[in-house]
Design a protein around this ligand. Structure first.
Ligand SMILES: Cc1cc2nc3c(=O)[nH]c(=O)nc-3n(C[C@H](O)[C@H](O)[C@H](O)COP(=O)(O)O)c2cc1C
Length: 225
């Protein structure tokens, strides 16, 4: 009996392999192969299984595939990345000593590549969450409930994508021009908060390695800090 198309697209990864090899993919995004809508819908159906506050399901997923829309969104992203007036996120607490030897330089080189190709990536996904008003973003506890009700779904989407041979990378620069992006995408800025911009494409090759991370004993606390 033939298996449905969606199953044939799924890589044969164990759960632990999936969780340890879902990388930020920039250089290995295949900009030449279109991504069928059905695959994106399958990944989104899985994303919708994520936990979310009071099961209100306030998430929305905007898939930008039209070339002109992609170019316009990619331009906002590029402006957001290089804009000298945008808030600068200097690292503050970081554990770079435990990450790859090449550290930030490797990320920067890969990011430069993404900068060059972003408008050619077949799908730019903008996850959103609906709010009563943007004032909800001021209070940390409310914020935790807001982000916590959408970001797990986004990561589920990225895992589901990886399991099907698609690559993704979490990015945020276009949020420096969130209002303009809202206009471009035709979404209501005051009540819909964009969370990220996730490029989605088939990966060039399917092998990815676990990344270096801080030894678990450095980050775990038992009973008290
Ligand atoms: C909140 C957040 C923001 C990020 N912003 C960007 C970004 O703007 N551009 C980018 O190329 N990668 C971005 N990343 C991806 C990280 O650089 C990447 O996850 C990190 O270097 C670790 O690499 P790995 O996910 O392959 O292990 C972001 C990740 C997160 C979680």
């Amino acid at each position: 009996m033939s298996r449905p198309e969606t199953h044939r697209l799924t890589l044969d990864l164990t759960t632990d392999e999936l969780l340890s090899t879902t990388r930020a993919v920039r250089r290995r995004l295949d900009v030449t192969r279109p991504v069928p809508r059905e695959v994106l819908l399958d990944c989104t159906r899985l994303a919708q299984q994520a936990p979310n506050g009071r099961n209100r399901q306030r998430w929305d997923f905007v898939f930008v595939t039209d070339p002109a829309q992609r170019r316009a969104l990619a331009d906002l992203w590029r402006r957001g990345l290089v804009d000298p007036t945008a808030p600068q996120h200097h690292d503050g607490p970081a554990r770079h000593a435990f990450t790859a030897q090449s550290g930030w330089q490797a990320i920067a080189d890969s990011l430069n590549h993404l900068f060059d190709i972003l408008d050619q990536v077949p799908v730019l996904m903008v996850p959103c969450i609906q709010v009563g008003s943007r004032a909800e973003l001021d209070d940390p506890a409310t914020q935790a409930g807001t982000w916590g009700s959408v970001l797990p779904a986004v990561w589920s989407f990225m895992l589901a994508a990886r399991s099907r041979g698609l690559g993704t990378v979490w990015t945020t620069p276009h949020l420096n021009y969130e209002r303009q992006a809202a206009t471009l995408l035709g979404l209501p800025y005051e009540t819909t908060v964009q969370c990220a911009l996730i490029p989605v494409a088939w990966t060039i090759g399917t092998q990815f390695r676990p990344a270096r991370r801080v030894p678990v004993t450095e980050v775990v606390h038992w009973d008290r800090w």
